[in-house]
Ligand binder design. Structure first.
Ligand SMILES: C[S@@+](CC[C@H](N)C(=O)[O-])C[C@H]1O[C@@H](n2cnc3c(N)ncnc32)[C@H](O)[C@@H]1O
Length: 262
């Protein structure tokens, strides 16, 4: 079942505020780039503002709720990018590939249009520490079916580096694991609406009632209170980076900085 992002767009704008710490990790890879492509851009979270950005997004409503008007917006999909070969110094695809109808084709398109780095913010599984699965059994393994594993990512992108992205306890970007230390947030229907998994995972009402009961009775604290001492957690989020040397069209090879920091 695909997600209708036109229906989720307003909640995305409200609850998916880019997190400054995650932004720094992403932007560290884009420092040399002057022309950046953002595929599956949504409302434009994490788009750098010190270079030219082209945002590709298929959902009209997501574009209506964009955070920035600086980027050039193109209504298109990852699988058919309407750009010339090597048109971008770098590209990024953030928490989006699991929605694409053909991930292999979309990444191949990104490789075609990008000469430098390709940065993919993705997810490889919660590990054993995401307590919400204890309440919502339907979550178990659900998203794992949608995201490629790292071996598949390497097969599709070529040589990659992989950076774990720890999720801060006060993460401002309300994706699935953002509220790992703020359990009551999962009881908020509006917050859940900004997490696409909840729109397709099936029945969750009983699990949410159990969570509320446990929070009210103190049982949640007895079971998971040890997590409250942690500042951040690794819950499976990863930056997958395909390295590449920027080659600007029309420039002599010597004019093309391999890794110029601005
Ligand atoms: C979870 S949102 C992420 C948005 C943004 N990258 C962010 O990090 O906030 C996923 C986005 O992928 C878009 N999307 C879905 N299918 C796509 C496709 N085939 N090609 C490009 N984007 C797609 C959706 O419309 C949605 O805006």
């Amino acid at each position: 079942m695909s997600v209708n992002y036109d229906e989720l767009a307003e909640s995305y704008r409200r609850y998916r505020t880019p997190d400054a710490r995650i932004a720094s990790s992403i932007w560290a890879h884009l420092e040399s780039a002057e022309r950046v492509l953002n595929v599956g851009a949504g409302t434009g979270a994490y788009e750098p503002d010190n270079c030219e950005v082209v945002a590709v997004e298929p959902s009209e409503q997501m574009t209506v709720f964009r955070r920035t008007s600086k980027s050039k917006l193109v209504r298109a999909s990852a699988e058919n990018l309407p750009f010339d070969d090597g048109a971008f110094d770098a590209s990024m695809a953030l928490l989006t590939i699991h929605h694409w109808s053909d991930i292999r084709r979309g990444l191949k398109e990104m490789l075609r249009v990008t000469t430098g780095k390709i940065v993919v913010f993705t997810w490889v599984g919660y590990g054993n520490d995401f307590w919400l699965e204890d309440y919502l059994a339907a979550l178990r393994g659900f998203d794992l079916k949608l995201f490629p594993d790292l071996r598949e990512m390497e097969e599709m992108l070529g040589a990659i580096t992989v950076e774990p992205v720890e999720i801060p306890h006060d993460c401002t970007d309300g994706f699935m694991c953002a509220y790992w230390r703020r359990p009551r947030a999962y009881l908020d229907a509006a917050a859940r609406k900004a997490i696409s998994t909840f729109s397709r995972v099936g029945a969750i009402e009983e699990g949410l009632r159990n969570l509320e009961d446990d929070l009210d009775s103190g049982e949640w604290d007895r079971k998971y209170g040890h997590l409250l001492a942690k500042a951040s957690m690794d819950l499976g989020y990863r930056l997958v980076v395909r390295d590449g040397a920027i080659v600007r069209p029309g420039a002599a090879a010597s004019d093309n900085p391999p890794d110029r920091v601005r």
